[in-house]
Design a protein around this ligand. Sequence first.
Ligand SMILES: *[C@@H]1O[C@H](CO)[C@@H](O)[C@H](O)[C@H]1NC(C)=O
Length: 818
Amino acid sequence: MVFPRRPQWLIQVLLALLTFLSVLQTTIAASASTPEDLTALETASNKSLLWGPYRPNLYFGIRPRIPKSLLLGLMWARVDEYAGVQENFRHTCEQHNSIHGYGWDTYDTRRGGEQTIHDEGNGIDLKTKFVKIPNAGDDGGHWGVRVSGTPRPGFPSDVKTNILFYAALEGLGRLEPVGDDVEEEKGWRGDVVIEGEAGGLGSFEIKVMGDEMGSSNNHPEHGHPSGETRRLDRTFLKSFQLPAEALWQNLPILFAHLKSSIDKLMEEYGKDNLPPPEQLFVIENEGGPGNMHLVQKVFEGAFEFDVLFSSGSAPEPMTSEQLTDGIKANKKEFENRFKSVLKPQAPFDKPKYQQFSESLLSNLMGGIGYFYGDSKVDRSGADEYLEENEEFWTETEEARGKNEVSTEGPTELFTSIPSRPFFPRGFLWDEGFHLMPIIDWDTDLTLDIIKSWFSLIDDDGWIAREQILGPEARSKVPAEFQVQYPHYANPPTLFITLQAFVDKLRKGSSDSSSIYLSNPEAATKYLRDLYPLLKRHYAWFRRTQAGDIKSYDREAFSTKEGYRWRGRTPAHILTSGLDDYPRAQPPHPGELHVDALSWVGTMAIALKDIASFLNEDDEVAEFAGHETAIRRNVDDLHWADESGIYCDATVDQYDESAHVCHKGYISLFPFLTGVMDLADKEKVGKVLDLIGDDAELWSEHGIRSLSRRDALYGTGENYWKSPVWVNMNYLVVVRLLDIATSPTSPHKTRATRLYTDLRKNLVNTVLKSWQDTGFAWEQYNPETGEGQRTQHFTGWTSLVVKIMAMPDLSGAGVRDEL
Ligand SMILES: *[C@@H]1O[C@H](CO)[C@@H](O)[C@H](O)[C@H]1NC(C)=O
């Protein structure tokens, strides 16, 4: 045993002290007066991020932010029939009809939270209440999870559930069940204890608790002779020694084991005298050293049990009382913080919106994962990838077909993922949006995630847009999409988040929970470390996505500031993020993409502000110069008088520059990214016309991706050709607010009205699908408002959390109009 026994009163005193210290730690201002204080604060902050449900592809999967370390998770199934058990087993999140919603009702990355899984197929509502005690011990501390199940309405109250918790160790170390309770074949009567040691974790103990005294857990009974040696009121443990690469495939491992165990039972009792199903699908009780341990319980009706992880560096192990107290305290703390930083404003100042907003935010943070592994890259740098010839897409396809793919890494990434069942990995274009609600909640966590992304940058300045690290991540991605190309860019949305950080610093945010907001030296150090990487990425983007202004007699303020996404085909520009949005046909090397130029503008403006914070005056001037050139060029190259809006540009049959206008999100980009001059009365008026016209982009459910008047509206894949996307709508709302609150804008009144209506339309649309289906969705149908495509899309759809927290201007609008 790692922990010597101590008198009970001493434990109570120590626990009280720990709780007191934890409260103290979060209430005192996180400001530091010396560099040593700062380091201590940063270390404490880092510790509190060590553990989490960082395997968001699982319904419940825990791991530390350490490569090749412990993997823990839950699997379960209903077992009252022989048939269908395999399909009933849950482990990885899937787009299932039989799960009626799941996710975190509350979640804070540093403390923990509560998740509910409405498992209709298994007739059970499962809860996982996860609590971290990061200040116990010198490392990431303790954690615990209380797992409970309640039969769903319409199912028998004695529904039989088979539930497994597992612990696996990928790297070096030790993992071994201990205790006097190991009884060959009969199962464990009390707690199952697994002791271990691993790099970065030191020694630890994992305890899967048996039924407490007075517990109301019930277990199936039966008269079959196999019950003599395998009583279901016991807990079973089976240890395995497996190749490290297999350790994430927990369900196949379980099935293989069950099959061999069932074969033995068949042999012993015969086909006609098999044990009942709840007895049949029980693992063999064989504990010993190994790198994976399955722990199984079988319940009848409602149940509850705890799993406690104790760090060996703490004086006392984690207890169920601590878990109970933590659950209560965290819930209260979550609600308090929510009210202080993201409280929904009118007309959303009602309990149903608050609960909805809390869930979305919690799912966004509960969807943060830690990934580690190798990745596939084509670094051939083929000439074809410059896309300089006519019909270049046929050449690039051929070059890609040569398949010069190498395996790189391993690398690690800490990231908030777009969707647990469908996109459980890092996406560069999504991340900046994910972090916009998170930065208000936990600025330091946000900065950590940004740092993690920039640690992936290569010497040229490239960051792969989709991070598919290791075999587990690859198992979800078709082979042709696994390879990343170092000439492919993606919208640099992390610069939006960094801009928000700098804006908070400039405003002198009083958020004492953030080290970086309350210590200018810490902020300076962070930005100073990141700044060269930001500049490298910016330079890489400008170089590799450069457009050709000079060859086609284009008249523009600057001959440099024009850009073209690489990776184009006639049907798609996946790299732009707006995959099938209509562009010039056929593709042409002389194209200029208005969104690409706008994104460069976003980077230039953020870099200028960061340089200014760092007192890099020469560079401030340099970025300001770029900014001016971009602002001028966006009008010179992309404003089409004939259409009265911004458009892409291409080259016509006479080799002359021509606009390609498909009104929709692409036409709004200079407005959305802040590179458009909001004082330009006429142009802003036309942008507002387009946004507000229900024959074009306006709908009852948000701003459509493409105008209803466009010939391609709703055609083909119809991915970005009509549906409402919340990320783009969020940017629209932000700019409308800028105009509505500008003291001088002549469009104040109209912007206020559009802002007020759009806020309402978006929030109510996302809420309605949430209520109807139990899920947030990837996009919304502009006609019906129904959620479509990917289910459980709690990535940027969660921006409605921010939209609800934005100010209510409906009163102001009315006053203005009177
Ligand atoms: C934060 O913790 C992780 C995991 O223990 C560790 O790998 C990393 O070096 C730590 N970072 C800092 C800045 O302390």
